[in-house]
Design a protein. Structure first.
Length: 124
């Protein structure tokens, strides 16, 4: 499973459109932000750059991208639950990358980062 398949799987969901509406961006911008996060993680980008990568790809303000990241995290977690075993490692690394940013930001996202760590630490 590659990032295009992950993005297509999540991007076609009503959940992404709903998450976009909550932060005031279009579904197309949400899809682009998701793609930016996935590409950034796949290319080995660090947690500090994920907000800028998502914002640049979607053409949105970085503060909006940062508000949207917890939604992306939740959607990726849901997608990972149904992913084949081979894809779970990649998704776990991706969630860890995004979770590192959320946990490091001092906000409520630290709980999501811990959840992602536990989720993928428990799976084989």
């Amino acid at each position: 499973m590659d990032i295009a398949q992950i993005a297509a799987g999540i991007g076609g969901s009503d959940a992404l459109a709903s998450a976009a509406a909550r932060v005031g961006i279009s579904p197309d911008q949400a899809q682009a932000a998701l793609q930016g996060v996935l590409e950034h993680a796949q290319n080995g980008g660090d947690a500090d750059g994920v907000v800028d990568a998502a914002a640049a790809k979607a053409g949105i303000d970085p503060s909006v991208a940062q508000q949207f990241l917890p939604s992306i995290m939740g959607l990726l977690q849901g997608h990972a639950d149904n992913a084949p075993q081979g894809a779970q490692g990649m998704l776990g690394g991706l969630l860890g990358s995004v979770g590192g940013l959320l946990g490091g930001g001092g906000g409520s996202g630290g709980g999501l980062a811990g959840f992602a760590s536990g989720l993928f630490g428990a799976k084989e």
